[in-house]
Design a protein. Structure first.
Length: 724
């Protein structure tokens, strides 16, 4: 009965709005609708909605059948003109996933087409859907088609318009260019009689060899490597040699005497910097020069066993290659030392630096590497050297670590604050500590008053210090106009349909394409539209893409509110805190999985979920449960309750334990030893990730209270304002 009443209320509202819109466009007095006429309008509207719903179900069924047919035909190698005609007969007219259907047909047609037709198909699709084509690198497909059919002139011409963007395709271009040039060369009988390869001295070949050499050497200033993406730059991490399509040119380059020992060493040092043992081993296996091979073995040995640097430094001859290797290896070498090593003096390494004639900048890089590794070493002599070097080097990351020690020791912060660059001094965190460290009351209050006008965790602390309310300035958002809804309607319908089909990854790509093409104001309006559709992850994604950091009504949607209410009933965890945890963990993407295998909205580890379910008699069937929003919220909020039993009503410790584990949170408490205030304890959490996590969760909690809470808002609980 309640659902029926709500439905009629919704229908009545829609009709009344339609009538009101019609009235505003009229100049004559509006018509007064009788009760029977309103009822008739309701009936007609319901009938239209039912027909539309049935039509969409039919469209969806046809699309899924079309997709299944084409995919099965391709996987079974049974694509035919007849299959394509059947598939085209299934195309649902007016269905929002037109791009997706065209993509399916594109792949099917490419599997059946010859080279020229394939190129034409790709160009047409690229013209119609440039974003999809770019994302899938469609313009790279013809390279293999032309090369495999030995259409070298066509390949070279194509590459002038569509540059090769993969190592494989660049090699195909090189291979094609080489074949075309080689065909024009007349054999030299005398050279052939002498058993030598014919000499090629054309300008074109010289240029080709130069381009290939820069490519082979991983010269990041070459045309290819300047435009290569990260996966192409990492090609050598997983490959010992270039593709076969480069083989002919590479052999000619080598036979021409251009593959010198110096160039091999240059390449080896690039591979060393890329951490490519595979590439290094490939160089070794292709080297006949015994002395060079032994040097390459040493390079590979240093890559796999950085501890061997000491032996290398003592025994290797001094030359430019070995010096570069020593300089490059030091950071890896120093990371093999435990933090509390007894070898904490830089004196030995200063001798190394002098022997290898390092520049002052190179020595400073070594010192920074050593300080980063041994920063918390307990040796008093090292600590004095550390502090002296921090003052000389003035590296912000080191200075900030030293500031945290000073905060933990309750020492004077001003000498260390003075070392920070202007950029770091202007960070909210260090503005706050400058205020606290200042002996000038007027200056202190001025900094804090300026700080509380901003958004974030440290402005909240500033308000606490000033004993003033913390008020968020939330800028308004203009909703989509009717014209904009019509303009973006096709893309929004497609996103909605993709989400209904649970193709959330594709929906997110479509959302990104849409946002990329519009203005900032339109990005905000579209994000608000997404909020109205309960596309929580896309709302947050929209604020990230638009950098709309002040629009917290979009950054923190009231996601799964009823399910949080249900799961938190009779629990001591506040809803705003639980939602802040979920927002920080997943940005409301319920399918997300971390590198550590934390899953879902509240990023539950399967082991934690299993233990929490067992201890609290909750349903849990395995990892698949964790991508279900309700199950994830149920287990996540229960785990928060377990942590609350250990750290009653203390979100700082609960959040620390949720992120880094209760064992580490206990270690940090033990180190603080009851001497630190709340802000000092948070500032001295040693893990950068956990420190930022706690700060964000506390800020998000307050934002959620501001947006959706009832009654008084709380910056910090009394249980949190204690000694740690």
């Amino acid at each position: 009965m309640i659902k029926k009443s709500l439905g009629l209320l919704f229908i009545t509202t829609v009709i009344q709005n339609a009538i009101a819109e019609e009235v505003t466009q009229q100049t004559t007095p509006p018509k007064v609708f009788s009760e029977n006429e309103v009822l008739q309008l309701k009936t007609e509207w319901l009938a239209e909605q039912q027909v539309a719903s049935q039509d969409r179900l039919k469209q969806r069924a046809n699309f899924l059948q079309l997709e299944s047919l084409l995919q099965a035909a391709q996987s079974q190698d049974k694509l035919s003109s007849y299959t394509l005609s059947l598939a085209r007969g299934l195309v649902p007219k007016g269905y929002p996933l037109q791009e997706d259907m065209d993509w399916l047909f594109l792949k099917a047609e490419l599997a059946m087409a010859d080279t020229e037709k394939s190129v034409s198909i790709i160009k047409n699709f690229t013209s119609k859907y440039p974003a999809i084509a770019e994302r899938n690198q469609l313009d790279q497909i013809p390279f293999s088609l032309y090369f495999d059919r030995q259409q070298f002139e066509d390949l070279v011409a194509y590459a002038e318009t569509y540059p090769a963007r993969t190592v494989e395709n660049q090699c195909r271009v090189f291979g094609a260019q080489y074949q075309l040039l080689a065909e024009k060369i007349q054999p030299n009988p005398e050279a052939e009689q002498a058993g030598n390869r014919e000499s090629i001295s054309t300008d074109s070949m010289t240029k080709l060899l130069q381009d290939f050499e820069a490519f082979w050497l991983l010269d990041m200033q070459s045309d290819f490597w300047k435009n290569a993406n990260s996966s192409e730059k990492n090609y050598w991490r997983n490959h010992a040699s270039l593709p076969d399509s480069c083989g002919g040119l590479e052999s000619y380059w080598k036979d021409s005497g251009l593959k010198t020992a110096e160039k091999v060493k240059t390449k080896a040092l690039e591979l060393f910097a890329l951490n490519s043992s595979v590439g290094l081993k490939g160089l070794i296996s292709n080297t006949q020069d015994k002395e060079l091979a032994e040097w390459l073995e040493m390079v590979d040995n240093l890559k796999s066993s950085p501890k061997n640097l000491q032996t290398f430094v003592q025994n290797a001859p001094l030359d430019e290659w070995n010096k570069r290797l020593v300089v490059e290896s030091f950071s890896s070498f120093i990371r093999t030392f435990p933090e509390q090593t007894e070898k904490s003096s830089f004196a030995d390494y200063q001798q190394w630096a002098e022997k290898w004639q390092l520049t002052q900048d190179e020595i400073n890089d070594w010192k920074v590497a050593m300080l980063n590794r041994l920063f918390d070493n307990n040796d008093p002599t090292f600590q004095q050297w550390r502090d002296d070097q921090i003052k000389q080097l003035k590296v912000d990351s080191l200075t900030e670590r030293r500031l945290r020690i000073a905060i933990r020791e309750k020492a004077d912060l001003n000498p260390w604050l003075a070392l920070l660059s202007d950029e770091s001094k202007n960070k909210q965190e260090w503005q706050y500590w400058q205020a606290k460290a200042s002996s000038d009351q007027a200056q202190r209050e001025a900094i804090l008053k300026e700080l509380i006008t901003e958004r974030g965790f440290y402005p909240m602390l500033a308000a606490q210090l000033l004993k003033q309310p913390y008020i968020l300035d939330i800028p308004p958002i203009k909703s989509l106009t009717q014209e904009q809804k019509a303009q973006f309607g096709r893309q929004l319908d497609r996103i909605q349909e993709l989400r209904i089909l649970n193709r959330l990854g594709t929906a997110k790509l479509a959302w990104g394409d849409l946002l990329q093409a519009v203005s900032f104001e339109e990005q905000l309006a579209l994000s608000e539209y997404a909020l109205q559709q309960d596309w929580y992850d896309l709302v947050v994604d929209g604020t990230i893409k638009s950098k709309a950091w002040d629009h917290i009504q979009l950054r923190l949607p009231n996601a799964y509110s009823d399910w949080f209410d249900l799961n938190l009933a009779n629990k001591p965890i506040q809803k705003s805190f639980a939602m802040a945890i979920a927002r920080q963990e997943s940005a409301w993407n319920f399918q997300i999985r971390s590198h550590a295998n934390a899953i879902g909205l509240m990023q539950m580890l399967p082991t934690t979920a299993s233990e929490t379910a067992k201890n609290n008699e909750l349903v849990y069937s395995g990892e698949r449960d964790l991508v279900l929003p309700f199950n994830n919220i149920m287990l996540g909020t229960t785990h928060l309750t377990e942590l609350n039993q250990k750290y009653p009503n203390n979100r700082i410790l609960i959040a620390s334990a949720y992120n880094a584990g209760a064992r580490r949170a206990d270690q940090w408490l033990e180190r603080a030893n009851g001497k630190l205030d709340m802000d000092e304890f948070i500032a001295t959490i040693p893990f950068y990730e956990t420190r930022g996590y706690v700060e964000n969760v506390l800020a998000y909690d307050y934002y959620y209270q501001t947006l959706y809470g009832k009654g008084d808002k709380t910056l910090f609980y009394k249980e949190e304002q204690r000694k740690y």
